[in-house]
Write a protein that binds this ligand. Structure first.
Ligand SMILES: Cc1cc2nc3c(=O)[nH]c(=O)nc-3n(C[C@H](O)[C@H](O)[C@H](O)COP(=O)(O)OP(=O)(O)OC[C@H]3O[C@@H](n4cnc5c(N)ncnc54)[C@H](O)[C@@H]3O)c2cc1C
Length: 341
């Protein structure tokens, strides 16, 4: 089996996976990057990235990712389409089963599979994501100075997004499908007490108006006094509809970390599925998970910051930790790495 064993497989080709790939390739680990169903990850969904160091005029999300991929390839990283569906990690080599039926063996694995923001299913969301529709206020809030914007959701993250956005926007309206928030009292109070944050109870977003050229220009909201108005409308009950002028819509209805393939493997997850990484003996952060040879980087292990620059940082940490781990495995009689691809 040795000739079919990779030194390092990186799951995911978003910012974290690419950063890990650059570091690992430069360390001659010949990483194989599995791109999953969304090559390039979330940043490919956005037009302008203005908060990444080194791009004073901003950079397009797709352009940024393309440059990262070229950089990694230039140092010897290989990219392959494929999503990991299952993993057996309790002995060396680690075994990865892909959705196309292939099996890959590797001595180490970096999980950089991200956390997908949930969408609400409004009409036109596919077209307008990254063009006035966003899932990240920290990323895109500053594009909405002086605008009226909507935030969809009722939990802590919706309150946080609204409180952040209101620093830029003229008004923020939180659209919530029920009459009660699921946010903590303290967050809900902060939002309620702000003069420029408004609430639309028992209301859902049905359609987002605009185009990729104009950006978001408005939204159609549906309301029903019993809540869950879209369900009510689908079952034939009359609902109220109103179209409002807004220039931005932010989804804040949660994220789903892409960690299902690690269920039951011993890689520890929190209750939402975000991976836990470990600290070293001195209590400093590492990218190591509870399973030897398995590392985590980027949004998949980060429910808090979820930024490109933090993902790049933890991607580099994971590659350095994987390199150190592989050194502990080194058998002088074995070839260091051979590729199956
Ligand atoms: C609309 C939008 C705008 C944003 N704007 C900014 C911004 O301006 N600035 C900023 O700093 N951040 C921004 N972000 C956040 C930023 O995109 C993320 O923090 C970053 O992409 C996280 O990188 P990641 O590599 O951890 O995960 P992701 O980018 O989510 O990449 C995950 C990768 O894993 C792959 N994958 C998933 N499951 C599997 C599997 N089972 N097997 C193999 N591969 C798998 C996917 O195909 C994908 O390639 C934005 C996000 C969005 C959605």
């Amino acid at each position: 089996m040795t000739e079919d064993v990779h030194d390092l497989v990186i799951a995911g080709s978003g910012v974290a996976g690419l950063s890990a790939a650059v570091y690992a390739a430069r360390a001659d680990l010949h990483p194989l990057v599995l791109e999953g169903d969304e090559p390039g990850g979330q940043l490919t969904l956005t037009t302008d990235v203005e908060n990444y160091l080194g791009f004073p005029d901003g950079v397009g999300g797709m352009d940024f990712i393309q440059r990262g991929k070229e950089q990694a390839e230039q140092f010897g990283a290989q990219f392959q389409h494929g999503r990991i569906e299952d993993a057996v990690l309790d002995e060396q080599p680690l075994e990865l089963s892909l959705s196309n039926g292939d099996t890959i063996y590797t001595r180490s694995l970096i999980a950089a599979t991200g956390a997908s923001a949930r969408w609400v299913g409004a009409e036109n969301e596919d077209e307008l994501m990254g063009h006035g529709l966003s899932t990240c206020a920290t990323c895109d809030g500053a594009f909405h100075r002086g605008d009226d914007v909507l935030v969809v959701g009722g939990g802590d993250s919706a309150m946080e997004e609204a409180l952040f956005l209101v620093k830029f926007a003229d008004s923020v309206t939180i659209v919530h499908r029920r009459e009660e928030l699921s946010a903590s009292e303290i967050m809900a109070d902060r939002a309620r007490e702000h003069d420029d944050i408004h609430f639309r109870w028992n209301t859902e977003l049905e359609t987002i108006h605009g185009s990729q050229e104009t950006g978001v220009t408005g939204a159609t909201l549906v309301s029903h006094s019993d809540g869950y108005p879209r369900e009510q409308a689908e079952s034939g009950i009359d609902v109220e509809r109103e179209t409002v002028d807004v220039s931005g819509v932010f989804y804040a209805v949660g994220h789903t970390p892409n960690t299902q393939f690690l269920d039951g493997t011993g890689v520890e997850q929190d209750e939402s599925g975000y991976l836990f990484t470990q600290t070293d003996g001195a209590g400093r952060p590492t990218a190591r998970t509870a399973v030897e040879g398995v590392f985590a980087a980027g949004d998949v292990a980060d429910p808090r910051y979820r930024q490109a620059i933090t993902s790049a940082g933890t991607g580099s940490m994971a590659a350095l930790d994987a390199e150190a781990f592989l050194e502990t495995l080194q058998d002088p009689d074995e070839p260091t790495s051979t590729m199956t691809a």
